[in-house]
Design a protein around this ligand. Structure first.
Ligand code: HEM
Ligand SMILES: *[C@@H]1O[C@H](CO)[C@@H](O)[C@H](O)[C@H]1NC(C)=O
Ligand SMILES: CC(=O)N[C@H]1CO[C@H](CO)[C@@H](O)[C@@H]1O
Length: 503
């Protein structure tokens, strides 16, 4: 009996203590909705956080505090607030909270996306940037990427005008574009459900990482993994870990044999590892390989799918884009990556797609590594920081007619996604900004240009009926896949197999 009293009174004391702490904190933190005990603002946030947080920001302002379980977050909802965090206070606002789902192996401890911005993190970014920021290195592999796109065009020509799930196809193509850039090989095909398991592994991980995990806001639940999120995530990670290990082993053997080099990203990373043995090891290379597949595939393919969605809804824009692409097509019908990068209208279409349909609407949450002053608020160490880039990108204060898909707004404008314009942050800004921009731009451009130039598309239903709603994950997905039938425009001999393909 006494034990029960003891336990009960401790609990009451504990709750009281938390409450006091809470009141004390609130005085210096940005304003926010009062939450319920224990769960905090969970019910205010709901299943579409980018939307509900945008609504709450109308009431509480550009910087607001949201509490979910034991996690306190500050949310920025205007370009100025984003600048205050990502530019003026970047140094102490660039940490990460590590989601439970990514902790299944030990690799998160050396993963660029999850470690604090320390020396090790800088080394990893440097190793990757050597490849990504040198135009000619990226250029060396463009034939491989073009072959991947030719493979996609062949596949579509053979699909016999039946409906194709454009997102699924784009995912497989993006995966092969990544694998060709990283290690000069294809890892999937377009016909099969999933030969080799690569697609499944990447999708499984992205899906589980994007799920709301109760253990992330009540860390005490972590060992229980109540939604089996870590469990599911583990199957994907284990598989990817094994595959990347194999790729690296093969490549090391190849390098020993002194055969010709591939000159791809893996070679570049292994070179760096040889030159910087003490701080960039094979474990870093392997972890980075895994991260690149995860970070680069679904973001690029979902952007491509949204671009196609908008283009099919806006036939004028579609034909204007095709006219532009037509000007750079070779005699043999090949679209060269190098020439694509110079097409202003294509670039505008991709920017406009990224503005309206951000792949990562709240960016990847940051965390304060020290107490910081944001405007006039004092935000303690270890506070989560989120930027509602989605809300900022469709706020009528900064955009005319924000809900209209209008690539023209980017024509002749300096506005870019490289982190200088805080009203447009599809890749974030500051030290944590996406390092993959140059590659993402090539991959998405090549896919969109090819889909637009080589095919007319027929929707299976009137375009007014297209479902534009989206559901929330780590990336924004279309709630229903975009289906359309490709009708080859420029290719004389396509085989009408008539059978419905599965991709
Ligand atoms: C359309 C395609 C893409 C979009 C929209 C996108 C967007 C983003 C965003 C919003 C972040 C988080 C920034 C932040 O924390 O503030 C990020 C981080 C990251 N992205 Fe991308 N990304 C794309 C493609 C790629 C590609 C192709 C790669 C691979 C080369 C890549 C690699 C990464 C990595 C490694 C990080 C973590 C960086 C860090 O935490 O230090 N991304 N990306
Ligand atoms: C990858 O597949 C495409 C066809 O889909 C093919 O043209 C290309 O040669 C393949 N690349 C490699 C490196 O095997
Ligand atoms: C609907 C669509 O094709 N978009 C893709 C975006 O990423 C998710 C990841 O699970 C895929 O399931 C979607 O297919």
């Amino acid at each position: 009996m006494e034990l029960v009293y003891l336990v009960l009174s401790s609990i009451i004391f504990f709750l009281f203590f938390i409450r006091i702490l809470d009141l004390y904190r609130k005085r210096r933190m940005p304003p926010g909705p009062t939450g319920l005990p224990i769960i905090g603002n969970l019910l205010d946030v709901g299943p579409k956080p980018h939307e509900s947080l945008a609504k709450l920001a109308e009431k509480y302002g550009p910087l607001m505090t949201i509490r979910l379980g034991s996690v306190t977050s500050v949310i920025a909802s205007t370009p100025d607030a984003a600048r205050e965090i990502l530019q003026r206070n970047d140094e102490f606002c660039s940490g990460r909270n590590i989601p439970d789902a990514v902790t299944v192996l030990e690799t998160h401890k050396v993963a660029m996306a999850w470690i604090s911005p320390n020396e090790e993190w800088r080394t990893i970014r440097k190793a990757l940037n050597i490849f990504l920021t040198h135009q000619h290195k990226l250029d060396t592999l463009r034939d491989l990427r073009q072959n991947v796109v030719s493979g996609m065009v062949d596949f579509l020509c053979n699909s016999g005008k039946t409906n194709v799930d454009i997102g699924k196809l784009a995912f497989a193509v993006a995966l092969n574009m990544m694998s060709n850039t990283i290690l000069s090989q294809n890892v999937t095909t377009y016909e099969s459900e999933d030969i080799g398991g690569f697609k499944t592994a990447v999708k499984t991980i992205m899906l589980t990482n994007g799920k709301f995990n109760i253990a992330d806001i009540f860390p005490i639940l972590k060992p229980l993994d109540p939604q089996n999120i870590r469990g599911q995530s583990k199957t994907g990670y284990d598989w990817l870990h094994k595959m990347t290990r194999g790729f690296i082993d093969d490549r090391l053997k190849h390098r020993e044999s002194k055969l010709s080099r591939f000159g791809d990203m893996l070679d570049s990373l292994l070179d760096y590892a040889e030159d910087h043995e003490s701080d960039f090891k094979l474990l870093h290379v392997q972890t980075l390989l895994m991260e690149l597949f995860l970070a680069g595939t679904e973001t690029s393919s979902n952007t491509t799918e949204w671009a196609m969605t908008e283009l099919l809804l806006n036939p004028d824009i579609f034909s204007k884009l095709r006219d532009e692409v037509t000007t750079i097509v070779d005699k043999d019908g090949i679209i060269q990556e190098a020439k694509i990068l110079e097409l202003p209208y294509l670039h505008a279409v991709i920017k406009e797609t990224m503005r309206l349909h951000l792949s990562v609407p709240l960016l990847i949450p940051h965390k304060t590594d020290a107490q910081v002053k944001l405007n006039n608020y004092i935000v303690p160490k270890d506070t989560q920081i989120m930027i509602n880039a989605w809300a900022i990108a469709r706020d009528p204060k900064y955009w005319d007619n924000p809900l209209m898909f209008n690539p023209e707004r980017f024509m002749g404008s300096e506005l870019d996604y490289k982190g200088q314009n805080f009203e447009f942050l599809p890749f974030g800004s500051g030290r944590r900004m996406c390092p993959g921009i140059p590659l993402a731009y090539r991959v998405v451009s090549l896919m969109v240009a090819s889909l637009v130039y080589h095919f007319d598309w027929k929707l299976p239903y009137p375009k007014e009926e297209m479902d534009m709603s989206d559901i929330f994950g780590l990336t924004l997905l279309r709630a229903t896949p975009l289906l359309a039938a490709p009708i080859p425009t420029h290719i004389a001999e396509w085989v009408d197999s008539g059978e419905k393909r599965n991709i």
